[in-house]
Structures are given as C-alpha cells and as structure tokens.
Write a protein that binds this ligand. Sequence first.
Ligand SMILES: C[S@@+](CC[C@H](N)C(=O)[O-])C[C@H]1O[C@@H](n2cnc3c(N)ncnc32)[C@H](O)[C@@H]1O
Length: 351
Amino acid sequence: MTTTTPAESTGDGAGTPEQDHFSQVYHLIMAAWGSQAVRAIASLSVAEHLDSGPLSAQDIALRESSDPAMTYRVLRAGAALGLLTHDTEQGTFSPTPMLAVLHEDSPVSLKHYAQAAIGPAFWLPAVLLPEAVAAGSPQAVQALGSTVFEYFGKNPEEARAFGAAMTDLSTPVIREAAAVIDVGTATTVLDVGGAHGVFVSELVHRNPRLTGSVLELAHVAEAVAVEARERGLEGRITGIAGDFFESVPTADIYLLKHVLHDWDDTACHAILSNIRDAMPPGARLFVVEMLIGEGGASSGAALMDMAMLFATTGQERDLSQFDALLAAAGLCRTRAVALRSPYCLIEAEVR
Ligand SMILES: C[S@@+](CC[C@H](N)C(=O)[O-])C[C@H]1O[C@@H](n2cnc3c(N)ncnc32)[C@H](O)[C@@H]1O
C-alpha cells in the first residue's frame, strides 16, 4: 500500500539558510491556496462522508454532485495538508484525527468557520489589504459594495454561514468564560451582538435561574430561537432585533464578545455608552476579546487584526486600550481573566 503522508516536503527544504528561508516564506504564501482547499473540503462534507469508512474521490463526488476529477485533486491537497491519508492502491481516502475538526458534529468544530472566514465577505476585501494600508481605511466597500455587515444583510446564506462560523470560533473560549462568570443574584442576561447566541446559551445552560436574550441585526436575530431550540433552551433565550448604536435593552448581565474589535474607538464609545445607560444598579458587563500582548502581538490576535484592518474599521487592542474605552463610557474594569491565548475576559461595572 502506498500512503501519502502529511506535510510532504516540496523538495525545497533542507539546505542553506537561504533555501530554508525561501521554503518558509513559500509555505506562508501557499497557505492561501491551502486554506481554500480546507474550505472546499469542509463544503464537500468530506469528514461526514468518511464516517462510514474510506471512500474514493468518485464516491464523494457522487454524493456531493461535484466533479470527480476536481474532487480528487482537492482531496489529494487535503492529504498534503495532513487532513487525509490517501491509499493510492485502493484509490481511497481516510480521515486523520485533524479532519474531525471539520466535522459538523465535533464538539470543537471549525467546519462553518472554514467556510465563512475565508468566504467572499472576507476573502474579497483581503485581496485589497495593501490598498487598505496605503489608504489607511478598510476596503470592504470597494470589494463588496458595502460594509461587511450590510453585505451580510443582503446575502442571507452567507450571513447564516457567518453566524454559524462565529458559533464554531466562539464555542471553546465561551465555555472557559462562562465557567469563571459568577452570575450571583442576576436573573437576566443580554448578549449584545451575540450572533446566534452561543455565549448567552452557555451561561443560561449553566445557571438555571437565568433567562437570556441576544440583541442582533434583524436578519441575525431570527436565527437565535432556532439555535436555542437546538440546544434545548427554547423559551429561555430570545432574539431581539435592534441596533446597538441606537439603544440597548436593560439586563443584569451584559455580554459583549468579539464586537468591540469590529469598530473604531468612536463607534465603541457609542456601543459602550448605550450599554452603560441601560445598566440598572449592580449590573455587570463581561467583554471577551483577543488581547494584543504586552510585549508584542500574539500571533492569533495579530492575524485576526488583519481581518479587522481590511474588512472593518476596528482593530485588536491591548488591555490598556480596553480600559480607556471603558473609562470614556463611564465604566471601569473590575477584573481581567486570561482565557485560552489570546483571549481575555474583562469584567466591568458603572464607575
Ligand atoms: C464578530 S460578530 C460576534 C458575534 C458573537 N458575539 C461571537 O463572538 O460569537 C459581531 C456581531 O455583531 C453584529 N452586529 C453588527 N452590527 C450590529 C448592530 N448595529 N447592532 C447589533 N448587532 C450588530 C453582527 O451581526 C455580528 O453577529
């Protein structure tokens, strides 16, 4: 049996330092094609199809109504990336443990994230990253004809995929965050810009006295009830269609995850001020964001910052920048808890 092993050398590897550097930079560049191959493998549901055992490209193409020859080439690339093994004698592909992450039933799935994070809404503006740097402004309008969130409003399929992608990306860190939030005597929690509501769902699931809601743009808010039903939380979580720049409903606990990084300081001030105005006495705000490290950028946050640079007016920030945003809105940080790198939970209350 001949099996293609993951991460094969391109033949340009070991040698002089110059050759090694050439190889390293070459792989950085080729990662763009690799990430699109991962996206295709997720879209073809390869992980789910291989549940029943090894399959040929032809088998998968038949199930997915895709082109057999092209499906084969994508699967071969998946083997080169370490997601699959390829039995060239049998002509079949089998999963490696890594492929499980692209399975929709995995407790730590990135299937939807693979499809949406490098889908048109981000991939098209990403091409204009050098132009963004030259102009000092994001390029979503140039690439998509509107801002990213307006684009999702006009493209419901992509909006659904993005919401599901946020659930994928958020799930592991949200479990950690919810574990360190003591809800005390609170009975209501509001997830501001909470997408399909993964954060509030986790908190409500852990705390039977809580009921939750998600303030979202109208086209996203519809998905909240569906998600709540799937999680067995029907009736305990509701979607509220609204705009966090207009007003924010009252609650005992506010959640704000991966929202501030989408916006510049002026917009963050508006969001945080609306939250502060709505907070009853004793209410608390929990912000979860990636932190740009003290002694330089952690790589996860620095790369996410690129998406903010080309697609939004926002940026990843360090703790002192979050403190300044909170203070300007009449809030103060009472706690910061490091979560899985590079995430941090910031707790705040009215000053
Ligand atoms: C990066 S996502 C974060 C989603 C979720 N909090 C999470 O971390 O998984 C930002 C969310 O803000 C929502 N959003 C954008 N503009 C909004 C607005 N003006 N009012 C309410 N929600 C908004 C988007 O629809 C999107 O779901």
